[in-house]
Design a protein around this ligand. Structure first.
Ligand SMILES: [Zn+2]
Ligand SMILES: [Zn+2]
Length: 90
């Protein structure tokens, strides 16, 4: 059920959406959306993405049983690699 989603950052439709979310500090209003793997690093840190991937693999029957990445895990892994590479550049 991994459907394509428009990226909230670059507005390109991506077949590997990564869920990102934010909460406004003042109003308490929040939003959730999807970003493509290269853009997810603007919303989530490399550490956060690594934790999300590790947590996903513990609860996802596909990842857990087959040891291979499902589309969600593949998107998180790709997003983490982008975030880690961007962090290493600084
Ligand atoms: Zn994007
Ligand atoms: Zn999975």
């Amino acid at each position: 059920m991994s459907s394509a989603q428009p990226c909230i950052h670059c507005h390109q439709v991506t077949g590997r959406p990564v869920m990102v979310a934010s909460v406004e500090q003042n109003s308490g209003a929040g939003w959730a959306g999807y970003a493509c793997p290269p853009c997810a690093r603007h919303y989530r840190t490399a550490g956060d993405l690594a934790a999300a991937l590790a947590g996903h693999r513990q609860v996802c029957s596909h990842c857990h049983l087959t040891g291979a990445d499902c589309p969600t895990a593949a998107a998180l892994r790709e997003a983490h690699e982008h975030a880690a590479a961007a962090g290493a550049e600084r």
